[in-house]
Design a protein around this ligand. Structure first.
Ligand code: ATP
Ligand code: MG
Length: 405
């Protein structure tokens, strides 16, 4: 594989931890190059999260070389050729060059190789098969840089074959399109995804969930989701998809994209959050959040002004209230001011409790809960102005009324 370009390497590639790592490997006769997302993002000058490194020797050799240099190394996935190195507290994931021996649409049996082009050929999209030396020398065997510049997500090799090897690539196609793509979508790649949409049932809920949420977080999520629906990719995993118009409106409101909130924005009003939570393996907490985001009650009274906002924040909690607010696209009122309040105001705690009711001589039981709830409603209706003494007085009044009845 020949070098055919140059990037301005980011600090993560040129810094002391990287230099130390690459020197240790070179000292043992191992050639290493940054690969995948970190090189792609370096080309784009966007943020880099994972530092993936490809190496041309088996993992045992890599481990030995790093240990000899005093670099901490963890055998995270020896069978797949992956070890994790920690140099000066910076984490690098090192994977031996591989080629596929056998594929079954999900998991591949791989063999190690020292052929860089073989390793590049088994990667999914042209701009994901970029390699770079720490000095910025670039290896781009499939014209990935041109595709990246054009916003074109393109399979390496024949798209149908690549999808047959690993069906997850259909979802990855739309995810990368959402992040890095621009219209027009690459026709041959898209059509292959559409042809294979019916085979996605064999994927696991976990993997679909991860791809879907990362797609939703992307700047181009709305267009990507519409393309996914058109390709039939959502039929099996998200038949509740309603369309992207609420997502588009939500994206204009958010200052930070949130995958789960965006999921709530694309679902039909009658979608069952419990079923979706199960299908997409959401955690209990996530499923509950989705349920609250989709619930019609309590209705969002944004036009009601600060009093209504405070009542809502108290009932739902700051985070969920903000979620509901951002999602209440058609509700009239100053949602920006309401959101600002949800960000800065901490709701007070109800100054009375069941214990106070018992002190008034009430028997423990459901009546106590009902009374406290009544005081709470009164306290909220009064915009939380009543202090403990006033709440106790109201509790007494209600208790007397009840006993009198
Ligand atoms: P991100 O920034 O979203 O993590 P990434 O490019 O690092 O993007 P990963 O899913 O972390 O994506 O994978 C790292 C690299 O491994 C990819 O760039 C690609 O070269 C390769 N790869 C990952 N999954 C597959 C797959 N299913 N099929 C082929 N190649 C893959
Ligand atoms: Mg990555």
């Amino acid at each position: 594989m020949k070098a055919n370009g140059r990037i301005d390497p980011p600090a993560q590639m040129t810094g002391a931890p990287s230099r130390r790592l690459f020197a240790a490997l070179a000292g043992a006769g191992i050639t290493a190059r940054f690969v995948g997302g970190c090189v792609r993002n370096a080309v784009l000058r966007s943020a880099i999260d994972d530092l993936d490194v490809a190496v041309d020797k088996p993992p045992q050799d890599v481990m030995r070389a790093l240990e000899a240099a005093g670099i901490k190394v963890v055998p995270t996935g020896l069978k797949h050729g992956t070890v994790t190195a920690i140099a000066n507290s910076v984490v690098f994931e090192l994977t031996t060059l591989r080629r596929d021996v056998e594929t079954d649409g999900r998991r591949a049996v791989v063999a190690f190789t020292d052929d860089w082009l073989e390793d590049a050929s088994r990667r999914d999209f042209t701009f994901n098969a970029l390699y770079a030396d720490p000095d910025g020398t670039l290896y781009d065997p499939f014209e990935g840089r041109a595709d990246l510049a054009a916003g074109r997500v393109r399979f390496i090799g024949d798209p149908d074959t690549r999808i047959a090897e690993d069906r997850l690539r259909v979802l990855r196609f739309f995810r990368f399109h959402a992040w890095y793509g621009r219209p027009p979508i690459h026709g041959a790649s898209y059509q292959a995804c559409a042809r294979n949409a019916g085979t996605l049932g064999s994927l696991s809920g976990e993997r679909v969930r991860k791809e879907l949420l990362r797609t939703l977080e992307a700047p181009g999520a709305a267009d990507a989701l519409d393309a996914m629906r058109e390709a039939g990719v959502l039929d099996r995993w998200l038949p509740e998809y309603e369309g992207s118009s609420r997502l588009r409106a939500l994206a204009g409101r958010e200052d930070q994209p949130d995958g789960l909130r965006r999921l709530a924005a694309i679902l039909r009003a009658d979608a069952d959050p419990v079923a979706i939570g199960k299908r997409l393996r959401l955690s209990t907490q996530e499923a509950l959040r989705l349920e609250v985001m989709l619930a019609r009650e309590p209705a969002m009274d944004i036009a009601g002004g600060e009093r209504a906002w405070r009542a809502g924040i108290y009932r739902l909690g700051n985070g969920l209230y903000a979620d509901r607010l951002l999602l209440a696209i058609d509700a009239p009122g100053d949602w920006r001011a309401a959101l600002a309040l949800a960000r800065r105001w901490t709701p007070p705690e109800l100054p009375v409790s069941g214990g106070d009711a018992l002190k008034l001589g009430l028997e423990p039981g459901p009546k106590v809960g009902a009374l406290i709830a009544a005081v709470e409603r009164w306290w909220i209706d009064g915009d939380f102005a009543a202090d403990r003494a006033a709440c106790l007085a109201e509790l007494e009044r209600l208790t007397r009324g009840m006993n009198g009845a």
